[in-house]
Design a protein around this ligand. Structure first.
Ligand code: FAD
Length: 444
């Protein structure tokens, strides 16, 4: 009997450096390549927000179309199932007598829960999990994970000299596909048409080919040698690497990025800036394993601490923050940029997060959930980890971070160009329109 395998794509929408795909190619006679889009991602969550804005959806759709087109070149195609992953995978396994399920590790609590739950529900299948979302594998970090460091620096010192595995080549061909006929499973084009996503203003396009174009372009110029001097700017394509949307969706492998960085250093010389790109990738690494270790705690109000922060909830303030209508022009400009592009700089993220926590006194989780909806580079571990860090409930020895907004404007937008180009002044409003007793506040 033919050995049928499933490759379950998730945060690894590429052919290069994809161990699951290679293992499946080596061990199966026939393959089903599947991506599950859970319809609940488009419904309001506990924060009244969705998981996907139009920008995020567009980027994902582009990535899936490109993955499908690349799979077709080597004899396969991508099936998209618009259904909860558990239901669809159990159905596929049973209907097509699947003998092995291949997946690259994801770091979210929900994603891990899915994997464990599936193992309980279908026992006749071999489950193959590979590590490739991070620079280091679980095996390499065995002793670090046994006693996971509380802070980034401790983690960095323990891991930064470990070897990073060479990225794997893309497969040149794959076992033939199984023709799947199942309710709510489509080819990528049908799925993409159903989503009806509007073209946004974002300069990012999803997909593996796009990711490799950006990788090539960034390292072809001398940009890496100047990275540390410009990475804090609020705007400008070349002021940071812009790899995050492709890293988060897995259109780009972090090991491929690391190999390109090392090749650049070998050819053009290493300096503090090239090291700093690695340093930032170690932050990414830290948050992945932090999420892996602390599981659901990365979503808890009190985070990794024993006491919750002192906050209240003001719906009006939250709405004003989301729509860039606060009394703070710099924050408004950043939020307008986020809402238009699905992306803001790291500095911009720190500024608006600090404002939500400190000036507006809001629950940090609403900010994190809004970022989840809007950011095309949304990564569960990095996003919630950074928010906890800023709110003082995460992996930070210093506690809550408060950015002085005037000082930030003076440092990073001295001539006011950023605020002007993102209309930060036009939408300035008082923080509250009612007082504590719900009476209208009169603003002179
Ligand atoms: C509140 C908040 C939420 C964030 N949410 C996300 C998110 O959902 N997804 C995401 O990818 N990044 C997130 N970041 C981290 C960071 O802002 C982005 O990774 C970065 O701005 C992306 O632009 P870049 O690729 O040009 O980064 P570069 O400055 O060029 O950095 C190179 C890479 O290093 C990693 N990196 C950089 N800064 C950080 C950081 N602070 N923490 C972890 N990794 C980092 C990213 O993978 C990035 O692509 C968040 C930061 C904050 C303060």
């Amino acid at each position: 009997m033919a050995k049928v395998g499933i490759v379950w794509f998730d945060k690894d929408l590429r052919l290069h450096d994809n161990p699951s795909l290679l293992k499946a190619a080596a061990n199966c006679d026939q393959l089903i390549c599947v991506y599950c889009f859970d319809p609940s991602w488009l419904l309001p969550n506990q924060y009244g927000l969705k998981s996907f804005s139009a920008n995020r959806l567009r980027f994902l759709n582009q990535s899936l179309l490109e993955l499908d087109s690349n799979l077709q070149k080597i004899g396969q195609k991508l099936i998209i199932c618009y259904e909860s992953p558990i239901k669809i995978l159990v159905d596929l396994i049973n209907r097509y007598q699947v003998c092995a399920l291949y997946r690259n590790r994801s770091f979210g609590y929900y994603e891990n829960w899915l994997w464990n739950e599936l193992q309980k529900r279908v026992t006749q299948v071999r489950f193959e999990l590979s590590d490739v979302h991070t620079l280091f594998s679980q095996l390499q970090l065995d002793s670090v994970l046994n006693n996971f460091p509380k802070h980034f620096n401790e983690f960095r010192h323990q891991v930064e000299h470990l070897p990073v595995a060479t990225p794997l080549a893309s497969p040149s061909n794959l076992p033939p596909l199984v023709s799947v006929e199942l309710e709510n499973c489509f080819d990528t084009k049908t799925f993409s048409k159903q989503q009806n996503h509007q073209a946004g203003l974002t300069p990012f396009n999803g997909g593996e080919d796009q990711a490799l174009v950006q990788l090539q372009a960034y390292f072809a110029a001398s940009l890496p040698s100047d990275y540390k001097n410009v990475r804090d700017q609020l705007d400008g394509w070349n002021n940071s690497t812009k790899f995050s949307p492709w890293l988060s969706s897995g259109c780009l492998s972090v090991r491929q990025l690391y190999a390109a960085l090392k090749a650049y250093e070998a050819e053009k010389g290493a300096n503090e800036s090239t090291y700093w790109i690695y340093f930032e990738l170690l932050w990414r690494e830290f948050f992945q394993w932090n999420a892996y270790t602390h599981r659901a705690k990365i979503f808890h109000f009190k985070g990794l601490k024993s006491h919750p922060p002192l906050t209240c909830f003001y719906p009006e303030r939250f709405q004003k923050w989301c729509h860039g209508n606060t009394p703070y022009p710099l924050v408004n400009a950043c939020m307008n940029q986020l809402n238009s592009l699905g992306f803001i700089s790291n500095r911009g993220r720190q500024i608006v997060a600090s404002c939500l926590v400190n000036e507006l006194g809001l629950d940090w989780r609403f900010g994190a959930a809004y970022f989840e909806q809007q950011l095309i580079d949304y990564d569960v571990a990095v996003n919630w980890g950074n928010w906890q860090y800023l709110a003082g409930v995460g992996a930070d020895p210093r506690g809550q971070r408060h950015f002085n907004l005037d000082k930030q404007a003076e440092l990073f937008d001295k001539d006011g160009r950023f605020v002007k180009s993102w209309h930060g002044h036009t939408t300035v409003h008082a923080l509250d329109s009612v007082d504590a007793a719900d009476w209208p506040v009169e603003h002179k």
